[in-house]
Write a protein that binds this ligand. Structure first.
Ligand code: NAP
Length: 243
């Protein structure tokens, strides 16, 4: 059996991540999978989660400087701007952080719903991470509502994207997927920590795994920091072994 999720202070159990000695921000990946490895149910990851998972999602956001997410997830999960409760905001203020983390969306097409609440209700101007090859009109449209970072010609280079976020003063990045962006970040060698929730559901079907993209070569070995349980959900925190 594992310690119950409710018996630990999640802020202590997860903590903030610092930059690496070489100056790169550390990246924490937070994902959920069914027992049989599906990253979504009926096209959305939200359908896999329970209340403890939602609470953890909020805690990890509250510990992050910036959230990095793929455009596919923003569309599928109908992302709004990050919201934190008063307690989390207060904690961040006391720590000298902005009240809410920044959020950065990776897109090649640079076609996002510019009129959606993600942009119109944002407390902090969002960041769009795109490519030089995106059409100019779309980039101009993005410029009107977001800070635009170029991190490649035809594909966003995830290592470069993380570096650029570091140059904005961010020490730690919370990557919320989806599987496409997470796989590329892992292959680029910039995933330092994996927080994986295993949902007690067997769903079958053909949903992606939590990483869907290039192979990580050589495979990245991680070591376990903790495993917690709540309502048959398992909450695993793995990180790179210290080098
Ligand atoms: N289980 C979980 O924890 C979890 C977490 C998040 C999401 N999900 C699920 O995953 C599904 C979405 O997965 P996904 O893989 O399509 O989403 P994704 O990784 O969030 O987004 C894919 C999109 O990101 C952009 N992109 C990816 N790589 C890029 C690159 N190198 N350069 C530039 N742009 C790039 C492209 O956007 P453009 O199309 O705009 O060019 C691409 O269509 C949904 O069902 C969602 O619910 C699951």
């Amino acid at each position: 059996m594992f310690p119950n999720h409710d018996e630990v202070d999640p802020i202590d159990a997860y903590g903030r991540l610092d930059r690496l000695p070489d100056g790169r921000p550390r990246v924490r990946l937070n994902m959920i999978a069914s027992l049989d490895g599906a990253a979504a149910l009926a096209g959305r990851s939200g359908a896999l989660g329970g209340s403890a998972d939602k609470a953890l999602f909020a805690v990890l956001r509250s510990l992050a400087d910036v959230i990095l997410v793929g455009a596919g997830t923003v569309r599928a999960e109908k992302y709004g701007p990050p919201h934190l409760d008063d307690e989390a905001r207060g904690r961040r203020r006391e720590a000298g952080l902005a009240e809410v983390p920044e959020i950065a969306v990776v897109t090649r097409s640079c076609h996002l719903e510019w009129e959606s609440k993600f942009f119109t209700e944002a407390q902090r101007r969002p960041v769009v991470v795109t490519v030089a090859g995106a059409d100019e009109a779309s980039r101009r449209r993005a410029d009107a509502v977001a800070d635009v970072l170029l991190a490649g010609d035809d594909d966003v280079d995830l290592a470069q994207a993380v570096q650029l976020l570091g140059e904005r003063g961010h020490d730690n990045v919370l990557c919320e997927g989806g599987p496409g962006v997470a796989a590329q970040a892992a292959a680029a060698g910039v995933i330092d920590e994996v927080c994986l929730t295993v949902a007690p559901l067997v769903v079958g079907g053909d949903a992606h795994r939590i990483l869907d993209g290039p192979e990580v070569d050589p495979a990245q070995r991680m070591h376990v920091v903790h495993v917690l349980e709540a309502d048959s959900y398992l909450f695993m925190r793995y990180s790179r072994p210290p080098s």
